[in-house]
Design a protein around this ligand. Structure first.
Ligand code: HEM
Length: 466
């Protein structure tokens, strides 16, 4: 009996020692490096990923309380430095040239392509970004994209039945198909049905562990990419063989030979995937959350609706909105900024170091990832008094948008090139939605805020026509 007790005690002690050693392993492994910021590294391989994904914002705040606003951790398979220091975050975003380049996960880079904007830096980044701005920048928006967006939105929102709908599903549909139509106008209707499921796979794959075996999200994502590449190559061949000109982004990319932004076929394909990918979740989630906040805040809703009714009153029924109408939507713009801030549609951005570097007195080793975590700045009471209140009026002071620490659309050389396009799409969506429909929330809808904003079972609203 005594022997049995001894054996059990030894096993327990051994188990405890193994667990303890494993928990300390990452700490010991990375602890040898001199000058790193303080922090904990968690379990081998997994690090602190589970705590990070499960408790997100509270995990970050807890670590900041223990270690300060720059700390080390091990998340999503990599040793990572988290910066929650607004001043340092700004420095990092403004100084890509000093070796602080994008540090997005390998799965994302593999699936979005090696010419994807997040995978390139220096002159290659300038080239790809220049081409992108020539397709979606403010000049093109005003003269070419606005009429198309208006037409799309009018038709998209024209005949919703008076019923309970999942607005998350609809805004997802809106955000993807509007970009798709701008890229391949002619083929869009027939191709979209085959394209969408492959794009959904690609999307999931970018957020997975890069393990390429059948059954994994990464494998499916990769297959999705390959099928999308095949479809795009086929359209490109057909367009080159035809003498017909089309008024869409693909045609502009294909007939750009004389421009300084002429791209190879591989670059064109990755550029198209980038536009579809970057403008998808951001635009759809902001639109969905704006609908939610407007329902919950009748005064803001009333002011927004008045803005749009006033525009409609100056027009004939069915007449399109023009640039001046869009420019007059200042309260709508404020609602979009307040929605992005309060919901924190983007929690932060990822960078990595190209060489050892000193930040805030700590040495960050070459190749380490830095999570520029901007979420907490959105709730800073000095910048946004009563930060947990939905108060669009605060954005009517235009200086707030260009405030040094407003990172809703990123900053520095990577500032979102789709910012104005995204705001225009959401504004047009809101214009036709609030002038056509009344709505109320149906049942209780749960919203998750981390790691991404989503309604896991949908956001159901009952709509009726005005
Ligand atoms: C409400 C809508 C949007 C939000 C909140 C948003 C937010 C952001 C943020 C925070 C970044 C910085 C990423 C970084 O520094 O690594 C970014 C970059 C980017 N965004 Fe947006 N975005 C929106 C809409 C769009 C749209 C509609 C497009 C394109 C059609 C777009 C295309 C891009 C691209 C290509 C980049 C990378 C820029 C670069 O690396 O130079 N975004 N966006």
């Amino acid at each position: 009996m005594a022997v049995l007790v001894l054996v059990v005690a030894c096993c327990l002690a051994l188990g405890f020692c193994i667990c303890f050693a494993m928990l300390k392993w990452n700490g010991i492994r990375y602890g040898r490096r001199k000058g790193l910021p303080p922090g904990t590294m968690g379990w081998p391989v997994f690090g602190e990923t589970t705590e990070f994904l499960k408790h997100g914002p509270s995990f970050m705040k807890k670590q900041r309380a223990r270690f300060g606003s720059l700390f080390k951790t091990h998340i999503l398979g990599c040793p990572t430095i988290v910066s929650m220091d607004p001043e340092l975050n700004r420095y990092i975003l403004m100084n890509e040239g000093k070796g602080l380049v994008p540090g997005y996960p390998q799965s994302m880079l593999d699936i979005l392509g090696k010419c994807n904007i997040a995978a390139v830096h220096g002159s290659a980044h300038k080239h790809i970004r220049g081409s992108l701005l020539s397709l979606i920048g403010p000049l093109v928006i005003k003269d070419e994209l606005l009429p198309k967006i208006d037409k799309f939105m009018r038709s998209f929102l024209s005949n919703w039945n008076e019923e309970t709908i999942d607005i998350q599903e609809r805004t997802n549909e809106m955000a993807l198909s509007i970009s798709f139509k701008q890229i391949v106008e002619k083929e869009s209707t027939s191709l979209y049905e085959t394209f969408k499921p492959e794009f959904d796979k690609l999307l999931l794959g970018t957020l997975s562990l890069p393990i390429n075996i059948p059954g994994t999200n990464y494998h499916h994502g990769f297959q999705g990419r390959q099928r999308i590449v095949k479809m795009l190559k086929q359209i490109m061949e057909e367009r080159r063989a035809s003498s017909i000109a089309y008024d869409d982004m693909l045609d502009r990319l294909l007939h750009n030979e004389d421009s300084k932004y002429n791209l190879s076929d591989e670059e064109i394909i990755d550029q198209i995937i980038t536009i579809l990918y970057s403008g998808y979740e951001t635009v759809s989630t902001t639109s969905m959350m704006a609908i939610k906040y407007l329902r919950d805040h009748p005064k803001a809703f009333q002011e927004l609706r008045e803005e749009h009714v006033a525009i409609r009153e100056k027009k004939n029924p069915g007449e399109a909105i023009d640039w001046n109408d869009y420019k007059s939507m200042s309260f709508t713009r404020a609602v979009i900024f307040e929605t992005s801030r309060l919901a924190t549609i983007v929690n932060g951005v990822l960078r990595k170091t190209t060489e050892d570097m000193v930040l805030n007195g700590f040495t960050i080793p070459k190749g380490w990832r830095i999570y520029v975590y901007t979420r907490e700045i959105n709730y800073d009471p000095f910048l946004y008094p009563e930060p947990l209140t939905f108060n669009p009026w605060r954005w009517l002071d235009k200086n707030l948008e260009s405030h040094n620490y407003c990172f809703v659309f990123g900053g520095g050389s990577r500032l979102c090139p789709g910012k104005e396009l995204g705001i225009l799409q959401i504004s047009t969506f809101l214009h036709y939605f609030v002038t056509s429909y009344r709505w109320e929330e149906a049942g209780r809808n749960e919203i998750h805020h981390f790691p991404r904003v989503e309604a896991p079972k949908g956001l159901h609203i009952r709509i009726s026509k005005y």
